[in-house]
Each structure stands twice: as structure tokens, then as C-alpha cells.
Design a protein around this ligand. Structure first.
Ligand SMILES: [Zn+2]
Ligand SMILES: [Zn+2]
Length: 387
């Protein structure tokens, strides 16, 4: 790291000039290279990255490009380091930073909005109007590490202090990487849905956000929480995370099953995490009149939606982007109080040098992989096999 005026470091955490970093080449290709260790500026710290979880969005970026946007375009062959679900240790403080201390363990959320647009001022920094405008003459200060700026598949990264969440010693590195995923579910449920205890929730799609959506909904007091999906092993994990009922949609009609399980009425909220083409039309029939549907996943093609049913029944539809309004802090509060065990979705760990193998496990769901984590000093482990 280059020394700069006002930047503080500690002899306890010596910082090298360069680091190992994975960069994205052509689609599907990542290469290990050396990069300079970045220097934190005002309101930023340098984080030594201790663990990174692989997200389905990382796979989307590495193989297809969007939603990453580097210099206003595709992310390929731009010396871009992906990875956004990381945690680590604060090792240097930018000028004026007194909110965190060197040696503190933190996990990160992704988006540091520009801080000056209408949405950022409302706390909706994941929907920043200056998204991706972070370079050259158009630098508005927006940062979304692993999307519009360098991310976490490397040894060090700078983060705006607003993207940090302090974590307790008792929380493992692996668990801490899952805070942002739980935070995304939390954003959907608390900010858009307004869930209160005793209300009913369906989560459709048992991916990482859906599974932690079950856990967050249950921790918030939802009753009942119903999880729908196609794979029994994922549905079983949903039961372990607090689902009251699970429905395998291969075996029964999802809408009928939900109505039966909730007294024939339909539920108050659906958190749609499947992205299946028929998901919206099913979700609007799973909710009761006046119910709310939160869309946290998207199909890859355009689909016809029964608007008349939505209007006649006063149904609310919300799209959410990421983990806004500091939802990660509320998710971390649940996790540090052990209100649910997010590590049930962590299945594999690899060393940072083995990132291509880790990506393959995540992409091909080898050995029923759900969340695959890479660690700077990691040793490969297969959690499911070991337990
Ligand atoms: Zn993610
Ligand atoms: Zn903004």
C-alpha cells in the first residue's frame, strides 16, 4: 500500500505493496495476478480479506458480464476483480476515520451509493441514480465492489465505512460472509413488506436468499412460513432454518398447497426468490387480497403477467435491488444473537488460489453445493461430508 497523508496503519498488521488478485479475462476465464494494494481515502478503510462467499451473481458476471459495469461497459478484460460477499479485518484507516479501529473484524455490504442523489438521500443506495458512474470525469463517488469497482477475490480491498458491519468474535469467517445474503432477504421483508409478527409468508425458491429469507421471516415472528421449491435436500435445509411447511412443486400445485396450509386464504407476503417464468403469476395467487409480493429474482426472458388479477385484488408488487437501507446491520443483529444458523447453507471452503475449482463447485452444484467460500489462508473442506 502506498503511504498517504492522514492514512493510519499499525505494526501489528504490516501491509505489502502488492497482493494476489484474481481478474476477469474473457467470459468464464479468471487469472491470478499481482495488483497494488489500494490506499483508503476519506471515509474508507483498507480491509484484509479473510473469506469470500461465491454468489450466483458472481457466476452471472464472470460468464455473462452484467450486472457488473466497468467503465460504463462490459467487465471482460478490464483488469477487474469480481467477488462481493466478503469479510475480513480492518488494517488501515483513511483520513479522519474513527468509526472503526485497526484489527476490527468486519463484514461488508456491497453498495456505497454516491450519497448525493435523491435515492441515496432516502437510504436507497442500492438504487443510486449514479450507479456505475465512478470513473474518470464522471466519477460521482458511487462504489459497488465486485460490480462497478474491484471486489473481493483478492487479499485486500478498500471499503467505504458505510459498507462495513462490525461482527463479534464468536462469528466465524464463513458465517460472516453470509450476512449480506441475509441482509438482502431482510431488505425485502422489512423495508418493502413491513412484516409484523403473526403474519404469514411464502418464500418461493430455496436458493441462498430464499433459505435465509425463511430464517429472517421466522426470526421476525412470521407465522406460518412456507417454503416452495423443487429439490428436497434444499427444502430440508429450509425446515432446519425455520420453515413451518415446505412444498415440493414437482409433487403438488404450489398455489393450492399454500392456500390449504394457510386456512384457504392465501398469505400476507410472498418473497419470490426463484426467478421461474411462472413465479409472478403463482405468487399473486398465493397472497390474499391486499397482499404484497417482493420480487428478489428475475427470469431471463420476458413473461406475461395477469395484471387484471393484481388490480382486482389490490396486490402490491415490489422489486428489490440488493441489500439497501442498512438491512445488513439488522440481519447481523439476528445472526449474532443466534436467532438462526446461517451456516446451514455454507457447504464448501477452498483456498483463494483454488478459486476456479470453487467457482465450478458453485456453478455445477457439485456435492449439492449451496454457498461455497474461498479463504485467503483456506484449506479445502467439504462441510457436508464432514458432518
Ligand atoms: Zn451476492
Ligand atoms: Zn446515489
Amino acid at each position: 500500500m502506498r503511504a498517504a497523508p492522514g492514512v493510519r496503519t499499525s505494526p501489528d498488521f504490516p501491509i505489502p505493496d502488492t497482493m494476489k488478485a484474481w481478474v476477469l479475462g474473457d467470459p468464464g476465464q479468471v487469472a491470478l495476478t499481482d495488483k497494488p494494494v489500494p490506499t483508503p481515502k476519506r471515509a474508507e478503510v483498507l480491509v484484509r480479506i479473510d473469506a469470500v462467499a461465491i454468489c450466483a451473481t458472481d457466476l452471472e458476471i464472470i460468464w455473462h458480464g452484467p450486472p457488473a459495469s466497468i467503465q460504463g461497459g462490459f467487465a471482460f478484460n478490464k483488469n477487474f476483480t469480481p467477488g462481493h460477499e466478503y469479510m475480513g479485518t480492518v488494517v488501515a484507516l483513511g483520513p479522519g476515520v474513527d468509526e472503526y479501529r485497526i484489527g476490527q473484524r468486519v463484514t461488508v455490504e456491497i453498495h456505497a451509493g454516491c450519497g448525493q442523489c435523491k435515492r441515496c438521500r432516502e437510504g436507497m443506495y442500492t438504487a443510486c441514480h449514479n450507479y456505475g458512474l465512478n470513473y474518470g470525469e464522471v466519477d460521482k463517488g458511487h462504489r459497488a465492489n465486485g460490480f462497478t469497482t474491484d471486489g473481493g477475490f483478492c487479499e485486500y480491498q478498500v471499503n467505504n465505512i458505510n459498507t462495513l458491519v462490525a461482527i463479534p468474535d464468536a462469528m466465524s469467517d464463513e458465517e460472516a460472509t453470509l450476512v449480506v445474503t441475509a441482509g438482502t432477504a431482510m431488505y425485502g421483508l422489512t423495508e418493502l413488506g413491513g412484516l409484523v409478527a403473526g403474519e404469514s409468508v411464502v418464500v418461493t425458491g430455496p436458493g441462498p436468499i430464499g433459505l435465509l429469507g425463511v430464517a429472517v421471516a421466522k426470526a421476525m415472528g412470521a407465522q406460518p412460513v412456507i417454503l416452495t421449491g423443487t429439490r428436497d435436500n434444499r427444502l430440508k435445509t429450509g425446515l432446519e432454518l425455520g420453515a413451518d411447511h415446505v412444498v415440493n412443486v414437482r409433487n403438488e400445485d404450489a398455489v393450492e398447497a399454500v392456500r390449504r396450509l394457510n386456512g384457504g386464504k392465501g398469505v400476507d407476503y410472498v418473497l419470490e426468490c426463484s426467478g421461474a417464468p411462472n413465479a409472478v403469476n403463482e405468487a399473486i395467487r398465493m397472497v390474499n387480497r391486499g397482499g404484497k409480493v417482493c420480487l428478489a429474482a428475475f427470469p431471463h426472458e420476458q413473461v406475461p403477467v395477469d395484471i387484471a388479477h393484481i388490480v382486482r385484488n389490490n396486490i402490491y408488487l415490489y422489486g428489490i435491488r440488493g441489500e439497501g437501507k442498512s438491512a445488513t446491520h439488522r440481519a447481523e443483529a439476528f445472526m449474532s444473537q443466534k436467532r438462526f444458523d446461517a451456516t446451514k447453507i455454507h457447504t464448501h471452503t477452498f483456498a483463494l488460489e483454488d478459486l476456479p475449482t470453487a467457482l465450478r463447485y458453485a456453478r455445477e452444484r457439485i456435492e449439492d453445493a449451496i454457498k461455497v467460500v474461498v479463504k485467503a489462508k483456506g484449506v479445502a473442506t467439504r462441510k457436508m461430508a464432514a458432518e
